[in-house]
Design a protein around this ligand. Structure first.
Ligand code: SF4
Length: 352
């Protein structure tokens, strides 16, 4: 488990704890300022009866100082669904905050930055999904949780990277529409032994009456994970032949195949905690790497980190403080969309 520092700690105590944990990755003068901001956020959080959820991709000083819970999108969705606090402050991106609102609509959900979007979520619209459903009538739609509420509302069930293959296999259907991540879809197709087509890339695909394919995908991509290449892997293996390389399944299938392990953010965290390998490398968002390294100081993490998610990077301690002070930015979802999206998200949560 990645440790989270307590709410009750003073700025001075927080500074010492953060120094101990993050002294290698965050400059000292910055830690001092951040500790003061974090202490004020924690004070206000208690005063306003709020809970702070922090995604694994948050920058290390924020990640280790203010969240009550940290984790991947599925963990945080579960926390959001069951909290009895009046306010949920979501330190993550918009689609995650929307998922919190979908699962617990009576709470006020705040996203600290209005600019925290996602290239993958932006790659598909509700109209795109309706068009696919018209083209492939009766075929169930599985939507990755990294989508906006109106897209989820058009779906039968959502999934995360940790349960995508299980969700596809749980459906009583030979054919599945899987949206919107091209690479995750290809990785799931390989894992489940299915043939995948991308009708938007090649319109001839899927125009016949015979369904000789089993998965229908969409060309959306995560702008972070698509950047890792086979050359990155070859170069690092040349320098460190004993390195264990872990990749997120939003990386390309070629990259995943060349790695030693592929799994969701949580699966990678567990793997690092348990590995006996002399050194490891993570092909994923770089703040997550720093957060894992801070929690496992006895293990050597190689840093290939040039890939910071620009959307996650929008969430700062300053913005989180302003969010609590000014009650911004409130997540609103029209009721009919919220209701339909909830069915798909709740099915995902129930599937585990
Ligand atoms: S890491 Fe990729 S999928 Fe996650 S928020 Fe950033 S762009 Fe979206």
């Amino acid at each position: 488990m990645i440790p989270v520092l307590g709410n009750e700690t003073s700025a001075d105590q927080l500074y010492i704890q953060m120094q101990d944990m993050l002294g290698d990755v965050v400059p000292d003068f910055e830690l001092k300022i951040k500790a003061e901001l974090a202490a004020e956020i924690n004070r206000l959080k208690v005063e306003k009866n709020a809970v702070i959820l922090g995604h694994n991709y948050m920058e290390p000083a924020l990640f280790h100082s203010i969240p009550d819970y940290v984790g991947d999108s599925l963990d945080l969705a579960r926390r959001a669904a069951t909290t009895d606090k009046d306010i949920i402050v979501f330190c993550g991106v918009r689609f995650m905050a929307e998922t919190a609102k979908i699962l617990n609509p009576s709470r006020t959900v705040l996203l600290p930055s209005a600019k925290a979007g996602c290239s993958l979520a932006a790659a598909i619209t509700a109209a795109d999904v309706r068009e696919l459903k018209q083209k492939f009538p009766g075929v169930p739609v599985v939507t990755y949780v990294n989508t906006y509420a109106d897209v989820k509302a058009e779906s039968d069930v959502c999934c995360t990277s940790s349960n995508a293959a299980a969700v596809v296999e749980s459906l009583d259907s030979d054919t599945v529409i899987f949206l919107p991540d091209e690479y995750l879809a290809k990785n799931v197709a390989r894992e489940t032994g299915r043939h995948i087509i991308f009708p938007t890339k090649d319109p001839r695909n899927g125009s016949g009456t015979e369904l000789d394919y089993q998965m229908i995908g969409w060309p959306g991509r995560c702008e972070v994970h698509e950047k890792f290449t086979l050359d990155d892997i070859a170069n690092i293996r040349k320098q460190f032949p004993d390195v264990v390389i872990l990749a997120h399944p939003e990386c390309s299938p070629e990259v995943v195949a060349a790695c030693d392990y592929s799994g969701s953010t949580n699966a990678m965290i567990k793997y690092v905690e348990q590995t006996k390998a002399p050194r490891y490398l993570l092909l994923t968002e770089c703040s997550m790497g720093e957060n894992i390294a801070a929690a496992n100081p006895e293990k050597e993490m190689l840093r290939l980190c040039s890939v910071r998610c620009p959307h996650m990077n929008q969430i700062t301690l300053e913005d989180t403080l302003a969010s609590l002070q000014k009650n911004q930015y409130v997540i609103e979802i029209p009721e009919d969309i919220l209701y339909r999206a909830a069915r798909a998200v709740e099915k995902m949560v129930a599937l585990g």
